[in-house]
Design a protein around this ligand. Sequence first.
Ligand code: ACO
Length: 374
Amino acid sequence: MAESNAPQKGLEHVTMGDSKVSLVAGETGGLSYRGFDVNELVPAASYEAVAHLLLYGDPPDTDPPAELTLALRERRGVPVEVQCLSESLSAGLPPLEAMRTLLSGLGDGHYEYPPTIDQGLSLVAGLPTLFTGYLRRSDGKTPVSPDPALSHVANYLWMLTGTTPDPEKVRALETYFVLLADHGMNASTFALCVVISTNSDLISAATAALGALKGPIHGGAPSRVVDMLDAIGESGAADRYIADRLGRKEVLFGFGHRAYKVEDPRAILLKRCARKVADPARLELALAVEETALARLRAHRPGARIYTNVEYWGAVVLEAVGLPRRLFTPTFALARTVGWVAHALEQANDNRLIRPDVRYLGPTGRRWPLTRAV
Ligand code: ACO
């Protein structure tokens, strides 16, 4: 008989609370935000409209939503003290590390517990400005001021590059942002909720979430997907590479998911997007590698139900948009910030300290052998 306090390793199948933000249907491959299937939202909805949906619970009256769009544009500036922090950071930090430091620097009096929508909008709008400003300075370039005429996603590309972004690339990146905006109680959102549950502030919680997102088996996977494509080089080399990797018991980045036991719906939509925007040779390689990986995984772990996840085709789309791979995870974080805010609001609205048990398996009743010399 199972012990009553036997742990659920990785908290698999543990329900930590109630949520109305997003529904992940792992057995059927569904994802909806506030009741709207993501297949309805892509490509129809702007990121601003999805942000409205996630933060307020209902769709806006118009798309783009006039009030929220204006509120975001008004909050794109960066507080002077955080600007100074950014300027004091040494050049060449890994972008995710820089983002984490800058994000924690936002934690001034404005962000005290409980989290509010106003705080959330400041975070969502301000972080891209802060982050791109650091990146440009770090590369010896002048930071680019936000352009109030541009949407949230277009403005991010504008501040990164200083050139007017190509509309097709904006649309592709917006698809990515919409699909990555939220995803149930994933590891980074859980980290955020734990911090909020202690009545700590939104910035501390988002910084913890970013730390969790960084890990290679969570949001750190996509750059490793394109590393893998580069290492394989041409489709004929895929089988050998994948077999060797699985033989060494290494995971294939971009495959497998805790929740989805069928294909990740975001992977399906991003694959569709990649077919439109990716370089044909890259697309062909990515398709061949995916097919080989799935076949090898099926043979390697019969019945394991491992499918392509969001990171695989997300990586191909981000690359096609022109982002260097060191920006993949930070870009994921920028897309997810709005989901983090929605969960922070929900957690604080019906809060109880998150404090699970652990089963102790160490020794008991030992006697301390030493007496301290006086
Ligand atoms: N490649 C090879 N083997 C895999 C893969 C994979 N991509 N995914 C799962 N497996 C294996 C596991 O190693 C495990 O083997 P074991 O029983 O011998 O230990 C078995 O399949 C069962 O998988 P779990 O580890 O129990 O699955 P879990 O739910 O804990 O992990 C995870 C899910 C972390 C996403 C895993 O599939 C993985 O590491 N994938 C690769 C990294 C990746 O792409 N992460 C991004 C996920 S999407 C996101 O976070 C936004």
